[in-house]
Design a protein around this ligand. Structure first.
Ligand code: FES
Ligand SMILES: [Fe+2]
Length: 371
């Protein structure tokens, strides 16, 4: 079909990938004894922190009659539903008390569970594992542990700094992710007099290779337009700087820049909240600028500006997308986006058939574009 839209035809029906860890909220937004309401993959969650500071996540719907547990009372250990007072252990979700029962009623309350999710704190964020499909046995059985640990930011020295940025994007996770990996929008969206102008567009050649469930832009001298690179040049000569950028399902983009003993490492995620809403979180760790008073602020300023430009762009784009236009993915600038859709279909296929993961890339390739 000549007019078939590659974007639409390659977008799987299920827009969200279950069975992965997702960032739920910044760790500093939750103090001991507090609850926060949030949503991941259209599942309502109540995330909290117990008396010891340990984070937990439950489905935000009481197994009795669906009242959001986030409306209940939390004593730092158990959540009491605000409707009929059932009490649940915050971590396991196991029912501890049903106040309406009289002594001769033998309902086994310890067999009742509010759906609980594996929850871990990593690099200033609370991560929640969203199992496949939905929380296993919400209501009557215990949820299992996550099969894999939550992702971490690679770090290369004992001392480092950490900072994050977050922004809500009014679009599907797919548009969020392909917007993130799209090299061609840079000169148009990310213009600034102190950064770059349209005139700085030039031809680029980048090598990519397949990695498990993702792809890597192979170690190379970073683009002269890359933010940390411009700052890194103060520390090391350009030839000694290398960068590696990985994308791995479901939504992880990691970038590692190394220059001798200095390093900068970031993990950016685009998290599906609902089908039409996602959130970008950039968390960076580095050992640069430790003695330079304005370094981190400068870096944060640059990133905040970029993320805001992307957010604004996607806000405007969502206006156009409402009318369901035909869309295109073109060579080579949109090739990473095609790989993303290929990876996602392969993952869904693997989950469906239980077969092998069929990676969309057969080997290393060089892509060329102007940006
Ligand atoms: S709805 Fe929660 S106790 Fe009844
Ligand atoms: Fe961007």
């Amino acid at each position: 079909m000549p007019n078939e839209s590659p974007l639409q035809s390659q977008t799987p029906d299920a827009l969200m990938l279950f069975g992965f860890w997702y960032r739920a909220l910044p760790a500093n937004q939750l103090r001991s004894g507090e609850l926060a309401k949030t949503m991941l993959l259209e599942q309502p969650l109540v995330v909290g922190r117990d008396r010891q500071g340990q984070a937990f996540a439950l489905r935000d719907a009481c197994p009795h009659r669906g009242m959001p547990l986030s409306c209940g009372q939390f004593d730092g250990q158990q959540i009491e539903c605000s409707y009929h007072g059932w009490r649940f252990d915050a971590h396991s979700g196991q029912c501890q008390l049903i106040p309406s029962l009289v002594s001769e009623q033998s309902l086994k309350i310890d067999r009742i569970y509010a759906g609980s999710y594996p929850c871990e704190e990593r690099d200033d964020f609370i991560w929640v594992f969203v199992p496949d499909p939905g929380p296993a046995g919400a209501g009557f059985s215990k949820s299992g542990p996550a099969p894999i640990p939550a992702p971490v930011i690679p770090k290369f020295s004992e001392h480092y700094k950490l900072a994050y940025l977050t922004a809500d994007l009014p679009c599907s996770v797919d548009h969020g992710i392909i917007g993130l990996m799209d090299p061609a929008h840079g000169p148009f969206v990310h213009q600034a007099w102190w950064w770059r102008t349209r005139k700085s567009i030039h031809e680029k050649h980048k090598n990519f290779e397949p990695i498990p469930y993702g792809f890597r832009m192979s170690a190379h001298t970073p683009s002269s337009n890359s933010a940390p690179y411009k700052l890194l040049r103060f520390y090391a000569d350009a030839d000694s700087i290398t960068t590696t950028i990985d994308f791995v399902l479901p939504n992880l983009r990691s970038e590692i820049i190394r220059a001798g003993k200095y390093w900068f490492s970031s993990l950016t995620t685009v998290t599906p909240i609902t089908r039409n809403q996602c959130r970008i979180d950039v968390v960076a760790a580095w050992n640069l600028f430790r003695w330079l008073p304005f370094g981190p602020q400068l870096l944060k300023f640059v990133f905040a500006k970029f993320v805001e430009q992307d957010r604004r762009t996607m806000e405007l784009q969502s206006e156009g997308l409402k009318h369901n236009p035909h869309l295109m993915l073109i060579d080579d600038a949109d090739r990473p986006a095609k790989w993303y859709f290929g990876l996602k279909s392969a993952m869904l296929e693997m989950k469906k058939t239980g077969g092998e993961f069929k990676h969309p890339m057969s080997g290393p390739v060089t892509l060329k574009w102007r940006s």
